[in-house]
Design a protein around this ligand. Structure first.
Ligand code: M6R
Length: 617
């Protein structure tokens, strides 16, 4: 939520506005309720801000240009306190002399009482935001040292926040602070950057610094200095960003989502890369958890939200099958408050593309406090959740910019398979010997996704025909059940259509009442060789709904002829073994949602009310 950029460079260049706007364009996926910038301009700070997307701010800047400056901050907002108005847009000013401006991501939980205090002292407020309270506190605390002022203010704040501040009396300085909210530092040559994530400055440098919780960073053209909230000196952890600016461009596609769907073969392939030895055995040295500890695990709990939680549901079937360790999947925001049963023999696996989802982060902290071992499956280097976990297994999907998750989902499932197969290999048991065969098959999946993506013409047509549809249902069983839920989620968030995913077996227990003539229903059919006769059971479910008038849109493996008599449409996916099928069956559902959204003329990459990374509770 909320994208944050800060920049200081040489006064000769005066390029702060360009850098900040470029950063905001790359971070706009984090929130797009409003955008704003503040530049240090002689003896004051000038701001421009506007409700709506970044384009609106650009229009304001055309009408009311700013003077060139070498120091600036910028913000793109996902509204929490106060509606998405011009007045509530960041930056917010503190004091009355026009010298200080602040931007903020997160929520200041005690802002009411702080605001009450300031109102009693006669301070006037121009917005309904919690951020303005911080700006006013900072202005009052400022006594020639912006870092010290920030230190004294954060001591009074409760909640999660990233704050950036500039002051006209410190023209070559941007100060940032973070608690449970993302902030990374970009290190350039005679210029330095702050950003919610590395996308903010990837066009300028790949050298970055991770910050710990409760730290303040001060950037000047000469460097970055870090202190803890208690004032003790600290150092960020240097890392190099492994992708370049082109990875965060659309690369010829109309939308990031379309590009990211087409990057899925790489997302899966790269997540497998370098994790096997010559003999085909998995090697996960990066896990940094001893083999003995992993052997001793007697329970796994997966915590995640949204699409990542559906990846966790797929993982549950696979990991239980391969290891016989009981696996529970909990929505992170529920896990935190349900007195979870975990011990030092529980492995808590968090799954998060961004590594910043507040609920998932808090679930990980909760699990650690309860003594569990924590592993993060994460796509974003330098993010908070891996840092707060005992170990990390990175997915290598590359930056995911579209708000709707696609390639990260496939990479998450792949990483969880790798983890499950590794545990099976380590612990022995009936599946240990087969792990190599499964891995071999997994390596063939990228090619199959490629092939599938080449055959999506009919799915695009179906999506276009269905632009006026008001409701779509999705059915699946076993690993197809989370795929059905993910298909429904994609449609809700992208096309604003009522969509629900069900376990096909649950149908007769209520949802079948929703079926009326013409109701479109996608059915994710397991492969014919899925154990327990599941294929036949799903074919029966198709017949049951068709008998009641449903329009059946069947996703079935190539060669599965049993579905043909009961399908109004058949979307074929390449054959694969049952456990790996989600990596293929979800793809047509992603493509369907993308094209239905496009047919309705909606914003595919930035659907309404959403933000890419949910850093508030
Ligand atoms: O960054 P995370 O993976 O932790 O995000 C979790 C969810 O917010 C996310 O998967 C969300 O459901 C997707 N954007 C939906 O497409």
């Amino acid at each position: 939520m909320c994208g944050i950029v800060g920049y200081v460079g040489s006064s000769a260049d005066g390029k702060a506005l360009d850098v900040v706007l470029e950063g905001l364009a790359r971070l706009e996926y984090r929130g797009y309720d409003s955008a704003g910038v503040a530049l240090v301009d002689g003896d004051h700070v000038s701001t421009r801000k506007k409700a709506g997307k970044l384009a609106n701010l650009r229009a304001v800047l055309e009408e009311q240009p700013l003077e060139a400056s070498s120091t600036g901050i910028g913000h793109t907002r996902w509204a929490t306190h106060g509606g998405p108005t011009d007045a509530n847009a960041h930056p917010h000013r503190g004091g009355t002399d026009g010298k200080l401006a602040v931007i903020h991501n997160g929520i200041i939980e005690n802002f009411h009482s702080l605001k009450g205090e300031l109102l009693d002292e006669g301070v006037a407020f121009a917005s309904e935001t919690d951020t303005e309270v911080v700006a006013q506190l900072l202005a009052r605390a400022y006594d020639g040292d912006l870092t010290e002022a920030m230190r004294s203010v954060v001591a009074r704040l409760e909640g999660a926040f990233t704050l950036l501040a500039v002051h006209a009396d410190a023209p070559d300085v941007v100060v940032g602070a973070r608690r449970n909210s993302p902030l990374v530092v970009g290190l350039g040559d005679g210029e330095n950057f702050l950003g919610s994530d590395v996308a903010a400055f990837i066009g300028y440098t790949r050298n970055a610094l991770e910050l710990e919780q409760d730290q303040i960073v001060t950037i000047t053209p000469a460097g970055a200095t870090v202190v803890n909230f208690d004032g003790t000196p600290a150092q960020g952890k240097a890392f190099e960003v492994t992708w370049d600016a082109a990875a965060a461009e659309k690369g010829g596609y109309d939308t990031f989502m379309e590009k990211e769907i087409h990057e899925q073969p790489h997302a899966v392939g790269d997540t497998l890369l370098g994790r096997t030895d010559e003999d085909g055995h998995l090697v996960l040295d990066e896990l940094r958890i001893s083999e003995q500890q992993l052997k001793d695990i007697d329970r796994i709990t997966i915590v995640a939200c949204g699409t990542a939680a559906y990846a966790g549901m797929v993982a549950k079937y696979a990991i239980e099958h391969w290891t016989r360790i009981p696996v529970e999947v909990a929505l992170a925001h529920e896990f935190r408050y349900c007195e979870p049963i975990v011990s030092e023999r529980t492995l808590v696996v968090s799954i998060s593309q961004s590594g910043e989802t507040m609920d998932t982060l808090m679930a990980v902290k909760h699990a650690r406090d309860l003594g569990a071992l924590t592993v993060s499956v994460c796509n974003t280097h330098g993010s908070t959740i891996p840092r707060e976990s005992d170990a990390v297994l990175y997915t290598h999907a590359g930056p995911e910019i579209a708000v709707a998750s696609t390639k990260a989902f496939l990479a998450q499932i792949t990483a969880c398979y790798v983890l499950g197969l590794y545990l099976a290999q380590l612990r022995g048991g009936s599946y240990a010997d087969d792990a190599a065969a499964v891995l071999k098959e997994l390596h063939q999946v990228p090619g199959k996704i490629e092939q599938l993506l080449g055959s999506m013409g009919r799915v695009r047509e179906i999506a276009r025909f269905m632009a006026d549809t008001r409701s779509v249902l999705f059915l699946g069983r076993h690993v197809g059940y989370p795929v059905a839920m993910e298909g429904a989620l994609k449609l809700k968030e992208l096309a604003y259509i009522h969509a629900e995913g069900f376990a096909a077996g649950e149908l007769k227990h209520g949802p079948i009442a929703l079926i009326e003539p013409g109701q479109p229903v996608f059915i994710v059919v397991p492969g014919p060789d899925t154990p327990h006769g599941l294929h036949g059971k799903v074919v029966s479910n198709i017949q049951e709904i068709r008998a009641r008038g449903a329009r059946t849109l069947v996703i079935a493996q190539e060669g599965d002829t049993a579905v043909e008599p009961f399908a109004d449409e058949i979307i074929r996916v390449p054959a694969t073994s049952p456990m790996l099928a989600p990596l293929l069956t979800v793809v047509p559902l992603q493509v369907f949602a993308l094209h239905l959204s496009t047919a309705k003329g909606l914003d595919v990459d930035q659907p309404r009310n959403l933000a890419k990374s949910v850093t508030v509770e």
